[in-house]
Design a protein around this ligand. Sequence first.
Ligand code: PMP
Length: 436
Amino acid sequence: RARPASMSSFWMPFTNNRDFKTQPRLLVSAEGMYYKDVDGNQVLDGTAGLWCVNCGHAQPKIVAAVSEMVGTLDFAPTFQMGHPVAFELAEQLMEYTGHKFGHVFYTNSGSEAVDTALKMALAYHKARGEGGRTRLIGRERGYHGVGFGGLSVGGIGPNRKSFGPLLPGTDHLPHTHNLAKNAFSRGEPEHGMELADELERLVALHDASTIAAVIVEPVAGSTGVLIPPKGYLNRLREICTKHGILLIFDEVITGFGRLGAPFATDYFGVEPDMMTTAKGITNGTVPMGAVFSKKFIHDTFMEAPPGIELFHGYTYSGHPLACAASLATLQVFKEQQVLENARRLQPYWEDAIHSLKGLPHVIDLRSIGLVAGIELQSIPGKPGARAYNAFKKAFADGLLTRVTGDIIALSPPLVLEKQHIDEMFGKLAAVLKNLD
Ligand code: PMP
C-alpha cells in the first residue's frame, strides 16, 4: 500500500495534536512482534498495538478462525437470536475467569463495556428496590472510555471539558500516584493505601443509600501506568461490601494477561462484582468487549419484579467474527503458554526498564507485569512535548511506543522474547540520551 494522496483529518477529528493530524505515521502490515510502515520500515511493536495484540500480530490460529467464520456465518442478529459460538465462548470465558463470575455480556469496545456495567449497576439496585442508589464513583486519572458514562466517571479533566454537563451524580476518589514517595517503584508501592479510605469520606458525604457503584482500573493504564499501593484494592473491596456498593474493575488493559495473570483480579487477589474487558479479548483482531458480572447480579435481573424493564444490547453484541477471534485467542493463550512466557520474562523486563535510570530527563520508572511507564521531566510551559518528541524519534528508529502526557508507556505483545526486550530498550536508551 502506498501513502494515500490525501490525508484529511476526517478519520480522527478529536485531537488537538496538529503534528499528529498532519503527519500520522502509517502502518500497512503486521506480523508477530513487528509492524511495517508505509515506507517499508520494520517497527517493533512496544505497545501491543494499543494494549491489545497480546498474542502477537497475524497470529495464524486467530487469522484462520476469523477467515473461516466470515465465510460460514457473517452475522447473526442479537435479539431473540443467538449462535452456538457465542455460547461456547461464554462457557470458555467462565472457565478462563476461574468461575468467579456467573454471566458475561458482549459489547464491541471497552467504552461500551463500561457504560453497560454502569447501567447494570443502577438496574441491579432498582430491581432490588433500592432505586435511590444512582451515584457513580470513579477515580482521578481513571480512564474508562469515551461514552457519556465512562467519560463521567473518568478522571481526566481535559477529556471531559468540552462535553459537559455529563452524567449528574458522579464523584471521584483521589488518585494514588505519589511521585515523591514512589519514584522508580517496582511492583506495588508501599505508600498511599490510606487513600482508599477517601471512599469512606465520600460515603459519609453522599450517604451509602445513594451510591450504586465504584469503578477503578486496578492499574491505571492510559494515564501513565499508575500502580495501586499495597492493600489499596482490598480496602476498596471492604468498604464497598460494607455499604452495599458494587465494585467494578475496569480491566480493559489489565485483562487477558497484561500482568502475567489472566486478570488483575487474579494478580491482586481481590474480586470485583463486575469486570469490564475488551482489547486483548480478541487479540485486537475484531472489535469486542465484555462485561463479567457475579451470579447474584444476574439472578437479581432474572427475578426482577414486574415494572423493571431491562432493555440493553447492541446490534453487534456477540458478533460471530468477534466470538471466533476470542475463542481462538483463548486457545492460543493455552497452547502457546502466553501467560507463562509473560511471567518468565517479567524479571528481565523489569531490569531492562530500570536500566534507564539516570538517563537525561527520566524522573520515574514504573513496572508491573509486562507493562511499564517511563516518566520524563516536563519542559516548562510545554507539557507532554518531551515525551511526544521521544515517541517520534523512537518511531523513526523503528520502535512503537505510546505517550500520555510526559509518560512513555510500554506494553508489548506477551509473546516477546529477550531479544525484543533488548532491542526495545536499546532503541529507547539511544533516544533518551539524545533528547532535548
Ligand atoms: N477502559 C480502559 C481502562 C481503557 O484503557 C480503555 C481504552 N484505552 C477503555 C476503557 C475504552 O476502550 P475502547 O477504546 O475500546 O472503547
